[in-house]
Design a protein around this ligand. Structure first.
Ligand code: SF4
Length: 354
């Protein structure tokens, strides 16, 4: 029986330093890596043959050593409010989703880092569908690349808040941030990127060591352990006080300011005591609060508070002087809450593999 040829690495999985090293191994000088990076990220070349100013012999060498190619766009859903969701199908079948959010002169892309998620937050469509696999750097960056070159307007902000827990895929996340930030590539400023975690303490500590000045946001969603554990099982392992200690350590180590994400659920975390607890945590961390009214997910029992309840909660926070912004979920008509659209496709993928 003929042995299968090993799968070549995707060239988009490499940082500029790794590419330089790999090309040195092929006998190529260092500047070739800068040229290739420019083709991949500034000119969005989708094949080696498109890199027209590189010698043919070098392009052949590249093709012999690496795979190349963009993500396959599987579908687009556009909301009345301008939010757009793109579904990308990965080479092995499952889909991931990327959300484009135009607002206030910004063009923000919400990127996925995993297919599904193993953290099983009670309110989340991605959690509902379980974990399938991590995304590679080329699959993470590929979402941004596809949008960047499809739009007239420049992308201003990247948030890692789509499907998956970014710190559960730490190495590929770190590589992706370096690729996005590289001056030879997409040149996206670190302060324009935000990584959002459910509160994985080892990830926060490693993130500090990266020293990239990328923003960190923590999904808190409750100010006491009982409620938080019910909403987010990750809280059992990394409870609130330990999480605060890690966040303080991160800030003391030179990290940028932290944002606390807080989804408001009716009757669960929207009372006066919840507001008080939340402002106390925010004050201890000198953090900004991002308040997000819950966006319903089909099949889950949670409710969105009424506008009056949302405003009352917001007022309680504002009265304490902590910086707070209210961000209404966008794209409700296209199921823009993370994982909603891709979830059904992941289910299909699983069935097909059985
Ligand atoms: S909210 Fe985030 S961490 Fe929790 S299950 Fe969903 S994707 Fe995973």
């Amino acid at each position: 029986m003929k042995a299968e040829a090993p799968v070549k690495p995707h060239i988009g999985d490499l940082t500029i330093e790794e590419l330089r090293e790999a090309l040195a191994g092929l006998g190529e000088p260092g500047y070739r890596a800068d040229q290739v990076f420019g083709w991949l990220y500034k000119k969005a070349a989708d094949g080696f043959e498109a890199m027209s100013n590189l010698p043919k012999a070098f392009r052949d060498k590249l093709a012999g050593a690496f795979r190349i190619g963009p993500l396959e766009l599987f579908g687009v859903a556009r909301s009345k409010d301008g939010t757009e969701k793109r579904l990308f199908r990965l080479a092995d079948g499952p889909c991931v989703e990327t959300v484009l959010i135009p607002a206030g002169g910004r063009m923000t892309v919400c990127v996925s880092t995993q297919v599904g998620c193993r953290r099983a937050c009670a309110f989340c469509a991605s959690g509902l569908n379980g974990f399938v696999r991590n995304l590679s750097p080329s699959e993470i960056v590929g979402q941004i690349l596809a949008l960047r070159h499809a739009l007239d307007a420049p992308l201003t902000n990247i948030v890692f808040m789509g499907m998956g827990e970014p710190f559960d895929n730490f190495d590929n996340l770190a590589r992706s941030l370096r690729i996005l930030n590289a001056p030879q590539g997409l040149e996206i400023a670190a302060r324009r990127m935000t990584v959002s975690t459910a509160g994985l303490i080892p990830g926060i500590l490693r993130f500090k060591e990266l020293d990239l000045q990328v923003n960190l946001s923590i999904s808190l969603h409750a100010s006491n352990d009982e409620t938080r554990t019910a909403l987010m099982p990750v809280n059992k392992k990394y409870p609130i006080e330990k999480l605060i200690a890690a966040a303080k350590d991160y800030i003391a180590g030179g990290g940028r300011k932290i944002t606390l994400e807080y989804i408001l659920f009716r009757g669960i975390n929207d009372g006066a005591q919840d507001a008080e607890g939340l402002t106390r945590i925010a004050a201890r961390l000198r953090a900004k609060i991002n308040l997000i009214p819950y966006s319903p997910v089909h099949g889950l029992p949670f409710q969105t508070p009424s506008e009056a309840e949302i405003q009352a909660f917001l007022k309680r926070l504002e009265e304490t002087g902590v910086p707070v912004t209210l961000r209404h979920s966008k794209g409700r008509d296209i199921q823009a809450a993370c994982g909603q659209l891709a979830g059904s496709l992941i289910e299909e993928y699983r069935k097909a593999r059985k």
